[in-house]
Design a protein around this ligand. Sequence first.
Ligand code: GRF
Length: 201
Amino acid sequence: MNIAVFASGRGSNFSAIARAVKRGALKANLSLLVCDNPKAAVIGRANRAGIKTVLVKRQDFSSKKDFEAGIIQHLEDERIDLVVLAGFMRLLSPEFVAQYKGRILNIHPSLLPSFKGTQGIRDAFEYGVKLTGVTVHFVDDELDHGPIILQAPVEVEERDSPGSLEEKIHKLEHRLYPQAIKLICEGKVKLEGRRAKVTTL
Ligand code: GRF
């Protein structure tokens, strides 16, 4: 299975996936990084890991449609089977999502449907929840929404700060995302209406 990771920033999940592929825990080809931000640290990570990167800047295209057509061209050139969003700070259009239906994943740093949006960790902390976590889900037309593949909890302890909670969540993300991708690669995830059915036997 050929995978493309889409990322706009730091890229720690990209690296976790790349490591899982390298050590053979995830039997897939990490073929491509799609990045929309020339300053993103993830570009250096991909270079060091020897993974092809395409930089696709929104401002180089006159419309979102053309921007996405540019991305799709790269996906087709690399025969990408699975799109893995890892901190990609753009909402994909319904047309893009329809074209790759059931083949786009996202990771979100909360137990969805709670605390959607870009500040999921901080919002959960400020709300005062005792339990938060990480969700990997298929992408649909709504932000941080779609059939859930895996979720795992993180306890918010009294001694936690937003920073320490963030660390715990990222650590869990780096384990959960490769695990979810592995399940997909092994054909153990089936979409049934609104649900993603996961067989682990
Ligand atoms: C992660 O917390 C992920 O859940 C969210 O964006 C963040 C990306 O972090 N969607 P990184 O760039 O992979 O380090």
